[in-house]
Design a protein around this ligand. Structure first.
Ligand code: GDP
Ligand code: MG
Length: 163
């Protein structure tokens, strides 16, 4: 049995860094459906003995604050509907923002399974943000550093019973 995992969250929290770490060079071939390949990127992920499809949401980077919310909602809903599990990522150095709260609400209503990840969590500068993440109502955050490869054990043990 395999599963798909969508990484969602506001721009700059580290989604693509985690995607790249999970996928390495194994980018999946995606068909050329308009709108789909532009905003959602699929890859074949490996995490220890787990193999799964990972979906990176890439379509929000060039949105202005004005246009972000609507695009975010549409894109997140598409990713959520495609994926078995959503990994909702926040930036632990920044803490929980109003945009994060909007994501959390969409996910609480719509996603089958949500995993919360507090990224950029290497070092003590992230401690306050990790604590804040509990307030999102999505359960215990996984402390991750996508850039440094920390917290992948916890990601693995969280995914294992869902796989
Ligand atoms: P995305 O917009 O959510 O896809 O974010 P990116 O993966 O493009 O990362 C945004 C920035 O955060 C980049 O400069 C990354 O190098 C940085 N970044 C990603 N993960 C980490 C991390 O674990 N720790 C730190 N300190 N920086 C990170
Ligand atoms: Mg990205």
């Amino acid at each position: 049995m395999t599963f798909s995992l969508a990484i969602v969250g506001r721009p700059n929290v580290g989604k693509s860094t985690l995607f790249n770490r999970l996928v390495g060079k194994r980018l999946a071939l995606v068909d050329d459906q308009p709108g789909v390949t532009r905003d959602l990127r699929e890859g074949d992920a490996r995490l220890a003995d787990l193999r799964f499809t990972v979906i990176d949401t890439v379509g929000l980077e060039d949105a202005t604050d004005d246009s972000l919310q609507g695009r975010m909602r549409r894109l997140t809903e598409r990713a959520v509907d495609m994926a078995d599990i959503c990994l909702f990522m926040i930036d632990a150095r920044v803490g929980v923002t109003p945009v994060d709260e909007i994501f959390a609400e969409i996910l609480r209503k719509r996603a089958k399974h949500v995993i919360l990840a507090a990224n950029k969590a290497e070092g003590a500068a992230a401690d306050a943000g990790v604590i804040e993440a509990y307030g999102l109502g999505i359960g215990e955050p996984i402390r991750l550093s996508a850039e440094h490869g920390e917290g992948l054990n916890d990601l693995y043990t969280t995914l294992l019973p869902l796989a």
